[in-house]
Design a protein around this ligand. Structure first.
Ligand SMILES: [Mn+2]
Length: 448
């Protein structure tokens, strides 16, 4: 059998542990999303247990300015998690010890930086190991007793959606150790949200259920139909109640046009974090919510096990979820604007353009067309676009289509085949939509 963790990676991690042990103060930089906050929390807790002093700084993205900030830091040791892969050669030049625990695409190999990245060992960092995975492996290289932090790592794995099609690679190793050591319990997935049903059904946007999400009367009616009393949680349901409620949800989702494959994705496996008595996705959304709300420090403290911060973070996240579900109800009432090959909507005022784009596409959109979200209250207009695998199979490439359509309307854009962004001057937005519609049409025609 193959080693669960490549020996080369173990060597790098034990070197990283030695570097850290040699310093009293360590500066940690990380990303502000769920994976980044989880990574930072794991590393910070590890340092705390070592009796080290440290500071954590979160970036929304690592760009040239961020690299200058890192260069100017006064620390003699820096750990960068869930970021850094694009800047290894610059980090190599810095006059202090640098450890990078990342999983993004490799641009260059390190000369001086102590660099751990799944891609360096032939493991796919997009699906089989994230920033939190690498941080946890570093943490247990420092001390075997840090395996309890595997629970936090699972929030990162869920945040980067590496559990959607089943765990693989380094993440499978984390699961098997997490289960064996009694920290994690795996259970079958469900369309029913984890947690208190009245609250979670109301706030549910993955998927958005028409007439239930954001609709208190609708939630009450659904619960009544399923014969479940108020105040119950998912965990307390009997097998029979679960079956009843999830089939009622499935019927509603099918009637609003959601694909069976999307429902199967929603019903992905669940990971219960036993020490925290919490679902991994729930912790993930709290850490992500903290990062987005500009209170990433509270997210890091929550990930380090501070109960008060966890409660406060959960409250902030619920408030944001309430706004998102309200925006979705509004969008669903207005409907998506249909063109021949794309569908689009305007999110003026709400500002959750990218998020709404993903939800609309999955839950209420025409599954054959890419979904485009615009925020027309800004000039230039910010644009998000999302596609589905079934569209990619037919030739859709949003990376190319967005880059070219934005450029031809005097803006810029790009990203991934399945999700791309951009911006275009307000007065040319109609021209942009027409160009994009035509480009997607061309892509579909040329792949036939
Ligand atoms: Mn990540």
């Amino acid at each position: 059998m193959d080693d669960p963790v490549p020996p080369k990676l173990l060597t790098t991690l034990s070197k990283a542990a030695d570097i850290v042990r040699g310093h009293d103060f360590i500066q940690v930089y990380s990303h502000y999303d769920a994976d980044g906050v989880s990574s930072a929390a794991i590393v910070a807790k590890t340092l705390l247990r070592l009796g080290k002093e440290f500071r954590v700084t979160l970036f929304t993205t690592l760009n040239d300015r961020g690299v200058e900030i890192i260069r100017g830091c006064k620390a003699e040791c820096v750990i960068i998690t869930d970021l850094g892969a694009s800047y290894i050669s610059q980090l190599d030049e810095m006059p202090f010890d640098v450890v990078v625990l990342d999983h993004h695409t490799i641009i260059s190999e390190a000369k001086r930086v102590c660099y751990a990245n799944p891609h360096l060992y032939g493991i796919d960092g997009m699906t089989s190991g994230c920033g939190a995975t690498m941080s946890l492996l570093f943490s247990v290289a420092v001390d075997e007793r840090n395996w309890d932090l595997v629970q936090v790592a699972f929030a990162g794995i869920a945040g980067d959606r590496q559990h959607i099609n089943g765990l693989s690679g380094l993440n499978s190793y984390l699961l098997s150790e997490g289960v064996r050591r009694g920290y994690i319990e795996e259970s079958p997935g469900s369309l029913i949200p984890a947690g208190d049903l009245m609250t979670e059904l109301y706030l549910m946007t993955d998927p958005y259920v028409r007439g239930v999400s954001g609709n208190a009367d609708g939630v009450a009616a659904l619960m009544k139909d399923a014969g479940i009393s108020n105040g119950r949680s998912y965990a307390s349901l009997t097998e029979e109640e679960r079956r009843k409620l999830s089939s009622l949800l499935a019927v509603k989702l099918a009637s609003q046009g959601m694909l069976a494959s999307s429902m199967a994705e929603v019903a992905r496996k669940r990971y219960h974090l036993k020490g925290l008595d919490m679902d991994a996705e729930v912790l993930s959304s709290v850490l992500n919510g903290c990062g987005r709300a500009g209170i990433g420090g509270m997210g890091v403290a929550a990930g380090m096990g501070d109960r008060k911060c966890l409660e406060q973070g959960a409250k902030t996240t619920r408030e944001a979820a309430a706004q998102i579900v309200a925006s979705m109800v509004e969008l669903d009432t207005k409907g998506l604007n249909q063109m021949e090959h794309i569908q689009w909507f305007d999110t003026s005022d709400s500002g959750f353009t990218g998020m709404l784009c993903g939800i609309a596409m999955q839950s209420i959109g025409d599954p054959s067309k890419p979904t485009i979200g615009l925020n027309l209250s800004n000039d230039p207009v910010n644009i998000s676009s999302r596609g589905m695998w079934c569209q990619l199979d037919k030739g859709v490439d949003l990376s190319v289509a967005m880059r070219e359509s934005c450029a031809s309307a005097g803006g810029s854009g790009g990203g991934h085949k399945i999700a791309s962004g951009g911006s275009v001057p307000l007065e040319r937005i109609e021209e942009f939509l027409k160009t994009l519609d035509a480009k997607i049409g061309e892509q579909l025609a040329s792949s036939k």
